[in-house]
Design a protein around this ligand. Structure first.
Ligand code: A4P
Ligand code: MG
Length: 186
């Protein structure tokens, strides 16, 4: 079993809802257990145009090797209508492998830790929210890089205050995903 962190991003279509649906989709995979999900963030496009993005990070446990996880990410992106007309084009869904255990991978089509992780608030802030002490292999603690991205606009999207959510969360023993899956509020 490997613990990994996936970055989710979208700025085309109903991006906010897409991210929620994508987390549910990931949780339905036999080979993945979603351990935790960060808050949802609205973020300014970095090195890209188009509308603001929505971003979040999920912590997963998986039996798959990294390459198979990448293939699964691409399959899920396609299910959500991902197209790639040009680099950093607006997208319905982007799934990036930010960290894969303590692995360092440097291959043509797979680089882990994600090469731009430390330069981007939209990935770093939700990652550190999930695990304040998380280590980026070869680089050290992720939170040490937060100061360098503090000028990038990122704001937490208010989470639903529906009273049912608390009840569902308690009923699910605090299981964030189970609670949010059953919560219809957007
Ligand atoms: N690839 C290599 N390593 C990885 C990895 N660790 N995880 C390869 C996922 N994919 C990886 O990816 C291009 C190629 O990267 C794939 O063939 C894969 O094999 P892609 O999904 O087609 O395109 P991408 O995600 O646009 O590429 P890239 O280079 O990961 O872009 P970035 O750097 O992630 O930037 N601004 C905000 N606010 N929020 C965003 O989410 N995203 C981007 C994309 C730019 N600006 C943004 C956001
Ligand atoms: Mg990507």
């Amino acid at each position: 079993m490997t613990v990994a962190y996936l970055g989710l991003g979208a700025n085309l279509g109903d991006a906010r809802q897409t991210l929620k649906d994508a987390v549910v989709c990931l949780a339905q995979q036999r080979t993945i257990t979603v351990l935790a999900k960060s808050s949802l963030y609205r973020t300014a496009p970095i090195d890209a145009g188009g509308d603001d993005y929505f971003n979040c990070v999920v912590k997963i446990e998986t039996t798959m090797p990294a390459r198979q996880l990448l293939r699964l990410c691409h399959t899920v992106e396609e299910q959500f209508g991902r197209e790639r007309p040009y680099r950093n084009a607006p997208r319905t869904l982007d799934l990036d492998i930010l960290l894969f255990g303590d692995s360092s991978i440097d291959e043509a089509d797979l680089i882990v830790p994600h090469p731009r992780l430390t330069e981007r608030a939209f990935a770093l802030v939700p990652l550190v929210e999930l695990d304040g002490e998380v280590i980026i292999p070869q680089l050290g603690r992720a939170d040490a890089f937060l100061a360098a991205v503090h000028e990038q606009r990122i704001e937490k999207v208010a989470t639903c205050q529906c009273p049912m959510q608390g009840a569902q969360r308690a009923a699910n023993g605090g299981d964030v995903l189970a609670a949010s899956t059953k919560n219809n509020c957007r």
